[in-house]
Design a protein around this ligand. Structure first.
Ligand code: SF4
Length: 78
C-alpha cells in the first residue's frame, strides 16, 4: 500500500481524501493515515499532497521508514 509520513503531521491538508477512489484515508489526531488493507495502490493520492507526505511503502525515504508501521498500527489500535 501507499503510506503517509511525517510531512503530514499538523498539516492534514486532506486533498488526498478527495482523490482516493476507495476512501481508505482516515484522519488521526495529528495526521492522516492510509488503511493498508483497503488501499488499492492506485497512486492517485500521491501527486495531490501539497507537502509530499505520501509514498509507496517500498519507496518511503529512510528517515521516515517508521511511518510504514505507523500507518498499520493506527488501524490496529482502533
Ligand atoms: Fe487511496 Fe489510491 Fe492513495 Fe491507496 S494509492 S490511499 S487507494 S488514492
Amino acid at each position: 500500500p501507499y503510506i503517509i509520513a511525517e510531512p503530514c503531521v499538523d498539516v492534514k491538508d486532506k486533498a488526498c481524501i478527495e482523490e482516493c477512489p476507495v476512501d481508505c484515508i482516515y484522519e488521526g489526531g495529528r495526521m492522516l493515515y492510509i488503511h493498508p488493507d483497503e488501499c488499492v495502490d492506485c497512486g492517485a493520492c500521491e501527486p495531490v499532497c501539497p507537502v509530499e507526505a505520501i509514498f509507496y511503502e517500498d519507496d518511503t525515504p529512510d528517515q521516515w521508514s517508521g511511518y510504514v508501521n505507523a500507518n498499520v498500527d493506527f488501524f490496529d489500535d482502533l
